[in-house]
Design a binder for this molecule. Structure first.
Ligand SMILES: C[S@@+](CC[C@H](N)C(=O)[O-])C[C@H]1O[C@@H](n2cnc3c(N)ncnc32)[C@H](O)[C@@H]1O
Length: 218
């Protein structure tokens, strides 16, 4: 695994967790994760010819679900820092030429040759220090076509102190300090400052999670 930059982050997973990530997610959500992700991916309104960049793509589970809507001209590039995630992505999707995987960090500036119709950031951004989140947002902007859509699937904005105690206990146990800061931010304002507009949102899982979409201005 590449060297970790953010020691306190929980989104850069240990090899053991990376290997069993999908199973672990389904267990800690008491079996609700699969249905939640299926609904969220459906709500992305993927077009059959979309070219999609999946930043922090993990095992390829989301890409495999997106692929159900993609036609022959659609393409997905998955990027992840973890070679263990890359291996799972390639095992799942590598035989299909519409998919490619690149191992790199997404929270430092990078440049790919092409621009995309959609950029998905799913359950990564909350776990980064804020200055690296802003670099990630800039990376997403730089790799979208004008009019392209950024989709952030992650925690919604909420007040941790108002959570029922059993939910708060799970959230505080599973998540890191960056997540506690992430849920307090006004993400539509932040994205506006980075050149995005036309926001859409959909909430899931007792409104603790959200699909936030925003369009890159020309
Ligand atoms: C919580 S998992 C989410 C995976 C996937 N997006 C999903 O929704 O199932 C976070 C993923 O982000 C990757 N990741 C964390 N920090 C990263 C970074 N700085 N650059 C690239 N990938 C990163 C991890 O390796 C892991 O696969």
């Amino acid at each position: 695994m590449s060297k970790r930059i953010h020691a306190e982050s929980k989104v850069e997973l240990s090899p053991l967790i990376a290997r069993h990530y999908d199973t672990i997610m389904n267990s800690i959500t008491f079996g609700k994760y699969n249905r939640f992700i299926q609904s969220a991916i459906k709500d992305m309104e993927i077009q059959s010819d979309d070219h999609i960049l999946d930043l922090g793509c993990g095992t390829g589970k989301n890409a495999a679900l997106m692929a159900k809507t993609l036609g022959e001209k659609g393409k997905i590039t998955g990027i992840d820092v973890s070679p263990i995630m890359g291996k799972q992505f390639i095992e799942k999707l590598g035989a299909d030429s519409r998919f490619e995987f690149k191992q790199k960090r997404i929270d430092i500036p990078f440049k790919l040759e092409k621009k995309y119709d959609k950029v998905l950031i799913s359950f990564v951004i909350h776990g980064l220090p804020h200055e690296h989140r802003l670099i990630l947002i800039q990376n997403a902007y730089d790799h979208l076509q004008p009019g392209g859509k950024l989709i952030i699937l992650d925690f919604a904005e909420f007040d941790m102190d108002k959570m029922p105690s059993h939910h708060r206990f799970i959230f505080k146990t599973v998540e890191c300090k960056y997540a506690f800061d992430y849920i307090k931010k006004d993400w539509k304002s932040i994205l506006s400052e980075y050149g995005f507009s036309y926001f859409g949102e959909k909430k899931y899982m007792k409104k603790y999670t959200r699909l936030l979409s925003a369009v890159r201005k020309s």
